[in-house]
Design a protein around this ligand. Structure first.
Ligand code: AMP
Length: 212
Protein backbone atom coordinates (compact mmCIF):
# COMPACT_ATOMS: atom_id res chain seq x y z
CA UNK A 1 0.00 0.00 0.00
CA UNK A 2 1.17 3.50 -0.81
CA UNK A 3 -0.12 5.83 1.85
CA UNK A 4 0.25 9.48 2.83
CA UNK A 5 -0.49 10.39 6.45
CA UNK A 6 -1.81 13.93 6.59
CA UNK A 7 -2.36 15.92 9.74
CA UNK A 8 -1.18 18.77 11.94
CA UNK A 9 2.05 18.51 13.94
CA UNK A 10 1.19 16.32 16.94
CA UNK A 11 -1.63 14.44 15.22
CA UNK A 12 0.32 11.19 15.65
CA UNK A 13 1.55 10.60 12.09
CA UNK A 14 4.97 9.31 13.18
CA UNK A 15 3.59 7.05 15.89
CA UNK A 16 0.99 5.48 13.59
CA UNK A 17 3.41 5.23 10.66
CA UNK A 18 5.80 3.22 12.85
CA UNK A 19 3.01 0.81 13.80
CA UNK A 20 2.01 0.37 10.15
CA UNK A 21 5.63 -0.23 9.21
CA UNK A 22 5.99 -2.99 11.81
CA UNK A 23 2.65 -4.59 10.91
CA UNK A 24 2.75 -4.44 7.13
CA UNK A 25 6.44 -4.54 6.47
CA UNK A 26 6.49 -1.30 4.51
CA UNK A 27 8.89 1.55 5.30
CA UNK A 28 7.91 4.72 7.14
CA UNK A 29 9.34 7.62 5.17
CA UNK A 30 9.54 10.72 7.33
CA UNK A 31 11.08 13.84 5.81
CA UNK A 32 11.31 15.31 9.34
CA UNK A 33 13.39 12.32 10.54
CA UNK A 34 15.61 12.47 7.45
CA UNK A 35 16.16 16.20 7.88
CA UNK A 36 16.94 15.77 11.60
CA UNK A 37 19.48 13.12 10.65
CA UNK A 38 21.15 15.53 8.21
CA UNK A 39 21.23 18.17 10.96
CA UNK A 40 22.75 15.69 13.45
CA UNK A 41 25.39 14.68 10.91
CA UNK A 42 26.37 18.32 10.55
CA UNK A 43 26.37 18.27 6.75
CA UNK A 44 26.44 21.66 4.99
CA UNK A 45 22.88 21.10 3.93
CA UNK A 46 21.97 20.07 7.51
CA UNK A 47 23.32 23.35 8.84
CA UNK A 48 21.08 25.27 6.47
CA UNK A 49 18.03 23.19 7.34
CA UNK A 50 18.64 23.55 11.07
CA UNK A 51 17.67 27.19 11.49
CA UNK A 52 14.60 26.75 9.29
CA UNK A 53 13.44 23.79 11.35
CA UNK A 54 14.17 25.45 14.67
CA UNK A 55 11.92 28.33 13.65
CA UNK A 56 9.18 25.88 12.63
CA UNK A 57 9.25 26.95 8.98
CA UNK A 58 9.31 24.72 5.91
CA UNK A 59 12.48 23.63 4.17
CA UNK A 60 12.28 24.57 0.44
CA UNK A 61 10.15 22.28 -1.75
CA UNK A 62 12.99 21.36 -4.11
CA UNK A 63 15.13 20.20 -1.19
CA UNK A 64 12.53 17.83 0.25
CA UNK A 65 11.56 16.64 -3.22
CA UNK A 66 15.20 15.67 -3.84
CA UNK A 67 15.27 13.71 -0.57
CA UNK A 68 11.96 11.97 -1.34
CA UNK A 69 12.72 11.01 -4.93
CA UNK A 70 16.02 9.50 -3.84
CA UNK A 71 14.29 7.57 -1.03
CA UNK A 72 11.43 6.30 -3.21
CA UNK A 73 13.90 4.89 -5.72
CA UNK A 74 15.19 2.42 -3.12
CA UNK A 75 14.07 -1.22 -3.42
CA UNK A 76 12.41 -1.48 0.00
CA UNK A 77 9.59 0.76 -1.26
CA UNK A 78 8.52 -1.78 -3.89
CA UNK A 79 5.62 -3.17 -1.85
CA UNK A 80 4.56 0.25 -0.63
CA UNK A 81 5.39 2.92 1.93
CA UNK A 82 3.91 5.29 4.47
CA UNK A 83 4.79 8.93 3.90
CA UNK A 84 4.85 10.85 7.16
CA UNK A 85 5.25 14.64 6.98
CA UNK A 86 5.41 14.78 3.19
CA UNK A 87 3.82 16.35 1.18
CA UNK A 88 3.34 19.56 3.13
CA UNK A 89 2.61 22.02 0.30
CA UNK A 90 0.51 21.84 -2.87
CA UNK A 91 3.71 21.97 -4.92
CA UNK A 92 5.09 18.96 -3.06
CA UNK A 93 1.81 17.07 -3.61
CA UNK A 94 1.91 17.84 -7.35
CA UNK A 95 5.55 16.76 -7.54
CA UNK A 96 4.79 13.55 -5.67
CA UNK A 97 1.88 12.81 -7.99
CA UNK A 98 4.12 13.28 -11.02
CA UNK A 99 6.92 11.19 -9.54
CA UNK A 100 4.61 8.29 -8.67
CA UNK A 101 2.89 8.49 -12.06
CA UNK A 102 6.26 8.23 -13.76
CA UNK A 103 7.06 5.18 -11.64
CA UNK A 104 3.63 3.68 -12.49
CA UNK A 105 2.83 3.37 -8.77
CA UNK A 106 0.15 5.91 -7.87
CA UNK A 107 -0.82 6.66 -4.29
CA UNK A 108 -3.60 4.51 -2.83
CA UNK A 109 -4.86 6.88 -0.20
CA UNK A 110 -4.18 9.95 1.94
CA UNK A 111 -5.38 9.55 5.51
CA UNK A 112 -6.20 12.74 7.38
CA UNK A 113 -5.62 12.38 11.11
CA UNK A 114 -8.09 14.68 12.78
CA UNK A 115 -7.30 16.03 16.27
CA UNK A 116 -8.59 19.01 18.30
CA UNK A 117 -6.19 21.90 18.92
CA UNK A 118 -6.04 21.54 22.72
CA UNK A 119 -4.98 17.90 22.40
CA UNK A 120 -2.39 18.80 19.73
CA UNK A 121 -0.82 21.31 22.13
CA UNK A 122 -0.53 18.72 24.93
CA UNK A 123 0.87 16.11 22.57
CA UNK A 124 3.51 18.55 21.29
CA UNK A 125 4.53 20.28 24.52
CA UNK A 126 4.55 16.95 26.40
CA UNK A 127 6.41 14.95 23.75
CA UNK A 128 9.75 13.40 24.81
CA UNK A 129 12.06 10.75 23.38
CA UNK A 130 13.90 8.28 25.60
CA UNK A 131 17.62 8.91 24.92
CA UNK A 132 18.36 5.23 25.42
CA UNK A 133 15.67 3.41 23.45
CA UNK A 134 14.38 6.14 21.12
CA UNK A 135 10.87 5.36 22.37
CA UNK A 136 8.40 8.24 22.04
CA UNK A 137 6.81 9.22 25.34
CA UNK A 138 4.57 11.99 26.57
CA UNK A 139 4.68 13.52 30.03
CA UNK A 140 0.88 13.99 29.94
CA UNK A 141 -0.18 10.70 28.38
CA UNK A 142 2.48 8.02 29.00
CA UNK A 143 2.08 5.81 32.07
CA UNK A 144 4.41 6.32 35.03
CA UNK A 145 5.79 2.81 34.35
CA UNK A 146 6.84 3.76 30.79
CA UNK A 147 8.57 6.91 32.02
CA UNK A 148 10.27 5.09 34.92
CA UNK A 149 11.36 2.33 32.54
CA UNK A 150 13.39 4.84 30.53
CA UNK A 151 14.84 6.60 33.57
CA UNK A 152 15.74 3.48 35.55
CA UNK A 153 17.57 2.08 32.53
CA UNK A 154 19.73 5.23 32.65
CA UNK A 155 17.93 7.08 29.83
CA UNK A 156 16.90 10.72 29.75
CA UNK A 157 13.72 12.24 28.39
CA UNK A 158 14.77 14.49 25.51
CA UNK A 159 12.57 17.22 24.08
CA UNK A 160 12.76 18.07 20.36
CA UNK A 161 14.27 21.49 19.66
CA UNK A 162 11.13 22.58 17.83
CA UNK A 163 8.70 21.39 20.53
CA UNK A 164 8.78 24.67 22.50
CA UNK A 165 5.62 26.79 22.68
CA UNK A 166 6.79 29.59 20.40
CA UNK A 167 7.89 27.28 17.60
CA UNK A 168 4.81 25.10 18.02
CA UNK A 169 2.58 28.14 17.41
CA UNK A 170 4.40 28.87 14.16
CA UNK A 171 4.34 25.22 13.07
CA UNK A 172 0.57 25.14 13.53
CA UNK A 173 0.20 28.40 11.53
CA UNK A 174 2.39 26.97 8.76
CA UNK A 175 0.25 23.82 8.77
CA UNK A 176 -2.96 25.84 8.39
CA UNK A 177 -1.57 27.99 5.60
CA UNK A 178 0.52 25.58 3.57
CA UNK A 179 -0.57 22.03 4.36
CA UNK A 180 -4.29 22.20 5.09
CA UNK A 181 -5.10 22.91 1.41
CA UNK A 182 -3.93 19.34 0.72
CA UNK A 183 -7.12 18.05 2.33
CA UNK A 184 -9.03 19.51 -0.62
CA UNK A 185 -6.30 18.39 -3.04
CA UNK A 186 -6.78 14.72 -2.11
CA UNK A 187 -10.55 15.02 -1.70
CA UNK A 188 -10.82 16.26 -5.31
CA UNK A 189 -8.83 13.21 -6.43
CA UNK A 190 -11.07 10.91 -4.40
CA UNK A 191 -8.13 9.75 -2.30
CA UNK A 192 -9.00 11.27 1.06
CA UNK A 193 -9.96 9.23 4.12
CA UNK A 194 -10.43 11.00 7.45
CA UNK A 195 -10.05 9.30 10.82
CA UNK A 196 -10.62 10.53 14.34
CA UNK A 197 -7.05 10.57 15.70
CA UNK A 198 -7.94 11.30 19.33
CA UNK A 199 -7.65 8.61 22.01
CA UNK A 200 -4.99 6.04 22.76
CA UNK A 201 -2.38 4.93 20.23
CA UNK A 202 -4.10 1.56 19.87
CA UNK A 203 -7.57 3.07 19.44
CA UNK A 204 -6.30 5.35 16.66
CA UNK A 205 -4.42 2.48 15.03
CA UNK A 206 -7.59 0.39 14.97
CA UNK A 207 -9.44 3.21 13.20
CA UNK A 208 -6.54 3.65 10.78
CA UNK A 209 -6.37 0.01 9.75
CA UNK A 210 -10.17 -0.15 9.45
CA UNK A 211 -10.00 2.83 7.09
CA UNK A 212 -7.27 1.37 4.90
P1 AMP B 1 8.22 16.83 11.40
O1 AMP B 1 9.12 15.90 12.13
O2 AMP B 1 7.46 16.15 10.29
O3 AMP B 1 7.32 17.62 12.32
O4 AMP B 1 9.17 17.91 10.67
C1 AMP B 1 10.03 18.75 11.41
C2 AMP B 1 10.46 19.93 10.57
O5 AMP B 1 11.17 19.47 9.41
C3 AMP B 1 9.33 20.79 10.00
O6 AMP B 1 8.86 21.74 10.93
C4 AMP B 1 10.02 21.42 8.80
O7 AMP B 1 10.89 22.46 9.19
C5 AMP B 1 10.86 20.28 8.28
N1 AMP B 1 10.12 19.44 7.31
C6 AMP B 1 9.74 18.14 7.46
N2 AMP B 1 9.07 17.69 6.38
C7 AMP B 1 9.01 18.73 5.51
C8 AMP B 1 8.42 18.91 4.23
N3 AMP B 1 7.75 17.93 3.63
N4 AMP B 1 8.56 20.12 3.65
C9 AMP B 1 9.24 21.13 4.23
N5 AMP B 1 9.79 21.04 5.45
C10 AMP B 1 9.69 19.85 6.09
Amino acid sequence: MRIVLLGAPGSGKGTQAKKLMADRNIPQISTGDMLREAVANGTRFGLKARSIMEAGNLVPDEVVLGIISERLSQPDTQDGFVLDGFPRTTQQALDLEELLDQMGTPLDTAVLMDVDLDILMKRLTGRRTCSLTGKLLNVYFSSQEEIDECRSAGGELIQREDDNEETIGNRLDVYRESTEPLIEFYRERDKLTTINAEGTIDEVYERLTAAL
